[in-house]
Each structure stands twice: as structure tokens, then as C-alpha cells.
Design a protein around this ligand. Structure first.
Ligand code: SF4
Length: 489
């Protein structure tokens, strides 16, 4: 997708202060890394997907047509079956404020309480930079809640963190509603046991597995945030504790803390992770030690046995942008893998500290806000038997005859927690590890076909033109020399 660099709102413009305030909050919630632009997909994809997955929720984008085209294409590619609303603009409607009026009109037309609980309006890069004031939209129209968010590529570094932008905005809205008076009960009614809300999207079997772990503690799992419908937000807030399974949900955690809910770091992955997590949950929910010990005695031997039954042998580097990279690395290490490097596109927060410390104590280098360059440098340095990573990392590894797995498609799509998670990675990882010979055969077969500037389909063998390269190099050197002489002394 294109990544434009729009000009920030000029100081003194009516919406400049509000816009600056939003960007300052993002800078605090999602501190930037070595690169100031996202290196993966458009961040707004994250929040768009969260909205599209919610029942009775309409989504409207405001941004450049090319961005909206890319975002709708990607969301439908990933199975969204819902319409994405779009309010187009041009320079005139942007500058005169007519765009805001157009958005307002679209929201009024869309707000049918028979169809929707909420409408999410998202400012993409250009309207955010221009300060289109979504906060001035009505808070609700005929009972349909209006949630306006800014998700610019220059303020939200990853699509994972954009999920938090929307989840946090919705939790804030729901918290304020709950403070005003009674709210809708959960669809299946309120359970008897105190609940633990799970923060972060996870494999559908994981909340079930976590529920089994919590059962001896007298607790149950609450909703997973981001939720699948509005009323779940109230149930999520109405919990005994929040498990920050994915550690980057800064805005959501702020809402839970404002609601007085304790937040627990890390997740029940592997033997050690599950033991520590059960203790932390027990402390946060005031569960007596004997019950925590009983839960540990019940689950830890089963987890250890599952890990031992599915060993992984091989050197692995791992990188991704989902936010669960450290958890996966823990599981791999406990399965016997020699993990050397974990890169995550997400920033460092206190909620992944136990995982970072555990991994560091075992000699694993953890890189937050990892850039593609850092992931590739780790691949070169550690020469792994298997690289787990994003598309460009996997591509590079395969070119170097090294087996590789896509983190998002193949690793995230598996249970990681509790007993079901222990050993679940072994099948896919071991199958990939045993593929090295096939990569070597493939490279021998295809030789140098399709690499470098000779890539593509040619009628004849591509001719080398070293003289063009030499001429271009001379041109660049000349331009660099001219630039230097123009520089003030
Ligand atoms: S909204 Fe921003 S980050 Fe997203 S595609 Fe458009 S320019 Fe790129």
C-alpha cells in the first residue's frame, strides 16, 4: 500500500490542538522504533478488521481512495463479508471542512438502531493529518453509538496496535455507559463465577483451554477483547482481572485500570509460563494458595508430558507483528528448540516483561520494534535451521535454501495455551525442519533462474549490460559530488 507523508495540521488551525493531543497519546501508547513508518501492512487494517468482525457494527473509512481500496481489498481477502462504508473527499472538501459535514451526513443516514449497535468511523492518514474532527460527531444517533478514531500510519506503528486503538475507544465508551446506569447483560446471562477477561485475539480453542486452567481456581474466562459484539464490552469490564495475553493493548489496559481491574502480564504458555501465570492470576483475584497449588498440580504434569512427547530439535529465529512472538518463543524453547532471536514489530511494555526476562535468561535475544533489517541480520548471523517470520523474511530464508514458516498463517493459527498449546507447534515446525533437503534439491534444479535483475519471464536469456551499470554509477557519483560542493562550508 502507498504510504504518503501528509503534512501535520498547521499550528493555530481549529483542530490542531485536538489532533496533536491524539498523536501525543499514540506516541506514548505506541512509541516508535528505529523506523518511522510501518514496515508491514497499513495499520488501519487492524482496527478495520476488529470492527468488521463485530455483530451489528458498521464501519466507515475516511481517507484517500487508494488507501481505502487497499484496505477493503485486504479485508475481503481475509474473509470479511461486510460492506465497508467510504466517504470520499477532494482537496476542496478537505480544506473547507465539507468532508466532516459529508461524514456526519453519512453517519446519520447509516444510523438505524434496527441494524446497528455502533458505527465506527476511521480517519486514515490524510484526514488525521488535516485534523478532520471526528470527536465532534454526535455520540449517538437514535441509540446507535458513534465511535470516531484516528488511525494514521504516522502515529500507529503496527496493525496490531491499531486493534487496540479501536478496542480502547469502545471500552472507554462502554465504561462511561456503565457508569451512567444499568447496561445489557451478556447474551447467555451472567455466570456465577468471577471471570478473567482475555486481552488479545487468539486461536478459538485457547479461551476454552484457559477456562480449564482457571476452573480449579473457582474462576471462569470472560470475553476476549477485541469483542465480537458491543454487549460483551460490559462483560469484559465486569471481571475480576484482565489477562494481557497480548501485551501491546495500552489503551484498553488504561480503560480496565480506570475501571479498577487488576491486569496480569504474560500468558499460560508451556510449563513455566502456566505455573507463573496461575500464581499471578491467583494473587490478582485473591484466590487462596491451596487452590492455586491444586491447579498447578493438576495441569503442570500434563503440560510437561505433552511437551516431552513432541520435542523440537533445531536452531530457530522467529519474528512477527502479531504481538504473541515472545509467547511462541517460550513454547519453542520448552519444546527443546534452540531459539536465538525473537523480533516483534510491537513495542516493549510491562506486560511482556516476564516473557522477555524468561527468554533473556535462556540466551534468547529479544528485539522489540524489530525492523525487517534487524530480522534479516539475525537470520544471517544465526544461520537457523528454520526461520519463522513475516513474508519478506520467509522469502529471504527460502532463497537461501533454509526452511521457513509464515508466523501469521501457520503459527498464529494454532492453540498456544495450556495443555492444548504444549506440543501443538511440533508438528508444523518439525515438518518444516525436515524440508531442508527439498530446498536444496529445488535450488539445484532451478539454478540461477529467476533471481536478481534477471527475474521474470524472458524469450531469450537476459543480456548483461555492465556498461549501463558503470554509466549509472558514474552519474550517481557526479550528482553526489555536485551536492557536496553546493553544501555551505
Ligand atoms: S492510510 Fe496511511 S498507512 Fe494506510 S495505506 Fe493510506 S497512506 Fe498508507
Amino acid at each position: 500500500m502507498s504510504l504518503c507523508r501528509p503534512k501535520p495540521v498547521p499550528a493555530g488551525a481549529p483542530s490542531a490542538d485536538a489532533s496533536r493531543e491524539v498523536l501525543a497519546r499514540y506516541a506514548k501508547d505506541y512509541p516508535a522504533g528505529p523506523h518511522d513508518q510501518p514496515q508491514s501492512m497499513c495499520p488501519a487494517f487492524g482496527s478495520l478488521r476488529v470492527g468488521l468482525r463485530m455483530r451489528r457494527t458498521a464501519t466507515v473509512l475516511s481517507g484517500s481512495a487508494c488507501c481505502v481500496y487497499g484496505l477493503t481489498f485486504t479485508s475481503h481477502f481475509y474473509g470479511a463479508k461486510r460492506t465497508v462504508g467510504y466517504v470520499p473527499f477532494n482537496s476542496e472538501t478537505l480544506v473547507t471542512g465539507k468532508l466532516f459535514e459529508d461524514i456526519r451526513e453519512a453517519v446519520f443516514k447509516l444510523a438505524d438502531p434496527a441494524l446497528y449497535d455502533a458505527i465506527v468511523v476511521t480517519n486514515l492518514c490524510v484526514p488525521t493529518a488535516s485534523g478532520v474532527p471526528l470527536r465532534l460527531l454526535p455520540k449517538q444517533i437514535d441509540g446507535v453509538r458513534i465511535v470516531g478514531i484516528d488511525v494514521p500510519g504516522f502515529g500507529v506503528p503496527t496493525h496490531a496496535e491499531a486493534k487496540d486503538v479501536l478496542a480502547g475507544a469502545m471500552l472507554k465508551y462502554a465504561r462511561e455507559e456503565a457508569e451512567q446506569g444499568p447496561v445489557q447483560a451478556p447474551r447467555g446471562g451472567r455466570g456465577e463465577k468471577p471471570t478473567v477477561t482475555l486481552l488479545g485475539e487468539m486461536f478459538p480453542a485457547d479461551p476454552v483451554g484457559i477456562g480449564m486452567l482457571l476452573e480449579p481456581l473457582g474462576l471462569a474466562t470472560g470475553p476476549v477483547v477485541p469483542t465480537r459484539e458491543w454487549r460483551e464490552l460490559y462483560a469484559a469490564l465486569d471481571c475480576a482481572a484482565v489477562a494481557a495475553i497480548h501485551p501491546f493493548y495500552a489503551a484498553s489496559i488504561r480503560e480496565f485500570e480506570t475501571a479498577g481491574r487488576p491486569v496480569v502480564a504474560s500468558a499460560p504458555v508451556g510449563h513455566d509460563g502456566t505455573a507463573d501465570w496461575l500464581e499471578s492470576i491467583g494473587r490478582a483475584c485473591n484466590v487462596e494458595t491451596a487452590r492455586v497449588d491444586a491447579a498447578k498440580a493438576k495441569w503442570l504434569p500434563a503440560i510437561r508430558a505433552a511437551l516431552q512427547a513432541a520435542p523440537i530439535r533445531g536452531r530457530i529465529t522467529l519474528s512477527g507483528y502479531e504481538g504473541s512472538e515472545l509467547l511462541v518463543a517460550r513454547l519453542l524453547v520448552e519444546s527443546g528448540a534452540d531459539v536465538r532471536y525473537v523480533g516483534t514489530a510491537c513495542g516493549r511494555t510491562a506486560w511482556s516483561d516476564p516473557d522477555r526476562e524468561w527468554l533473556a535468561a535462556r540466551g534468547v535475544h529479544v528485539q522489540y520494534r524489530a525492523s525487517l533489517e534487524q530480522d534479516l541480520a539475525a537470520f544471517r548471523e544465526f544461520e537457523p535451521d528454520l526461520a519463522i517470520g513475516t513474508t519478506p523474511v520467509v522469502q529471504k530464508a527460502k532463497e537461501s535454501r533454509t526452511p521457513a514458516l509464515y508466523f501469521t498463517n501457520l503459527i498464529s493459527a494454532r492453540p498456544l495455551m495450556g495443555v492444548a498449546g504444549a506440543g501443538s507447534l511440533a508438528q508444523v515446525v518439525n515438518a518444516a525442519l525436515s524440508n531442508r533437503e527439498r530446498f536444496q534439491q529445488m535450488e539445484d534444479f532451478f539454478g540461477g533462474v529467476g533471481t536478481g535483475d534477471a527475474a521474470g519471464v524472458w524469450e531469450d536469456r537476459p543480456a548483461e549490460h555492465p556498461e549501463y551499470r558503470a554509466a549509472y554509477r558514474r552519474k550517481l557519483e557526479k550528482a553526489a559530488k555536485a551536492k557536496k560542493t553546493e553544501e555551505p562550508v
